[in-house]
Design a binder for this molecule. Structure first.
Ligand code: COA
Length: 391
């Protein structure tokens, strides 16, 4: 039986900051961000949005009366948890009006957890092929004003329906994993920005890639020439290029600039405009590739590398299904990115300070988002989410 991604959709915010704004403010050559890191813009979240509203908004377009009741499990992957106890997915379950018999759980391991969710979802579908699993990955990357990581901030959510006989991509059963206890990136419970040893994290990322690939090959995975395309976790687009060159060297393959662009270029398009979306970023890359590649990818194998600091890496493959283009949501995604409000540095800096909820658990958020769902406030320490009338 074939199992994989039957539908996929993303949502980011309605606000963005061009990195030229940051370059100007900090007196940095804009090419450092555009070429050195491969980024153009970063998505900034409205004050009345969070991982719940983004996740629900990503999933909403995929759901209808026919498939809603068939979802047996909702797996919510995030490293931007909003509660120590309650899963963000339970709020999403209500906003999406999912069946009360659907199980819900949240998963965490930095940017990696969506891949754990996809693998677990495939196993669940294998067990109950008539049911589907909704995987949502939703995250907000925040490093702090004036930090080195600031230009690699961003936010976004991706929703995937995992089913038998999928319409988009089959997830191949072989995979290679690598885990090691390292401190390259973490966010203690008492902080709302991440701590990161940025250079070290790129070194560990590449080590995890090599080790995951080695394990993937031992598991009987496809050899390098058997792949036409590759998608990588993208803290910034240039990391994907570094990773692909490293993998080629590991496999004894030569990698020209043209071949690099051909094999990974279409997967970088959306991430360059969103920035880091942590757990969602690999799957936004896959979506970007399926929607923007100039070749018909039907029948081709795409290699996926997932990395979560701390750290866990996993390499696995998907095979693109015939006629996948018929189910594309490209227009909606491109419209979403093109209609964003562009913020100046000063507007962004003001917004940056407004996200932390007040410690006393009482707060009303200004109406700012134009998305379908919003966080109106916290009352009596309870988060209040609504579906807006503006869609
Ligand atoms: N034109 C073109 N390229 C330029 C440039 C210019 N004017 N100025 C600098 N660059 C290049 C550098 O050569 C470097 O490229 P290289 O990595 O291929 O050598 C790149 O831009 C980045 O510059 P550098 O000074 O090395 O990085 P930085 O100190 O600004 O830090 C990160 C970059 C990614 C480490 C930092 O943004 C960070 O900590 N991010 C958060 C953590 C993260 O994303 N980790 C990734 C793994 S999960």
């Amino acid at each position: 039986m074939s199992v994989g991604i039957d539908d996929i959709s993303f949502y980011s915010s309605s606000l963005c900051v061009p990195l030229t704004e940051l370059a100007m403010r900090y007196g940095v050559d804009p090419d450092k961000y555009r070429i050195g890191l491969g980024q153009e813009e970063m998505a900034i979240l409205a004050v009345d949005e969070d991982v719940v509203t983004m996740g629900a908004s990503a999933a909403w377009p995929m759901l209808n009366d026919e498939n809603r009741g068939n979802i047996g499990t909702l797996l919510f992957a995030t490293e931007t948890g909003i509660d120590q106890s309650k899963s963000a997915g339970v709020y999403v379950h209500r906003l999406l009006t999912l069946d009360s018999n659907c199980r819900v759980v949240e998963l965490k391991q930095a940017c990696y957890s969506a891949t754990a969710a996809v693998q677990m979802a495939c196993a669940l579908v294998m067990r109950q092929p008539e049911r589907s699993v909704l995987v949502i990955a939703s995250d907000i990357a925040r490093y702090g004003l004036g930090t080195l990581g600031e230009v690699t901030q961003g936010c976004g959510a991706v929703a995937m329906l995992i089913k038998s006989d999928p319409r988009l991509v089959e997830v191949c059963p072989e995979s290679g994993c690598y885990s090691e206890d390292v401190m390259d990136f973490w966010r203690p419970n008492y902080m709302d920005t991440a701590l990161v040893d940025g250079k070290y994290s790129t070194i560990v990322y590449l080590k995890a890639l090599r080790q995951s690939w080695k394990h993937y090959q031992q598991a009987g995975g496809i050899a390098f020439p058997g792949f036409s395309r590759f998608c990588y976790h993208l803290p910034f687009a240039k990391m994907g290029e570094k990773a692909h060159r490293k993998l080629a060297v590991t496999c004894g393959e030569s990698m020209s600039d043209a071949l690099l662009t051909e094999q990974i270029g279409s997967g970088l398009i959306y991430n360059r405009k969103i920035g880091n979306s942590y757990s969602a970023s690999l799957y936004i890359a896959l979506l970007s590739m399926l929607e923007n590649d100039t070749e018909d990818l039907s029948g081709w194998n795409i290699g996926l590398f997932s990395y979560g600091s701390g750290c866990v890496g996993e390499f696995f493959a998907v095979t693109v299904q015939p006629n996948y283009q018929a189910y594309s949501r490209r227009k909606a995604h491109v419209d979403q990115l093109e209609s964003r409000q562009v913020l100046s540095y000063d507007e962004y800096a003001v917004l940056f300070g407004q996200h932390s909820p007040r410690i006393d658990g009482e707060h009303d958020f200004l109406k700012m988002t134009n998305g379908r769902f919003r966080l109106t406030g916290l009352h009596d320490h309870k988060r209040i989410y609504i579906e807006t009338t503006v869609c």
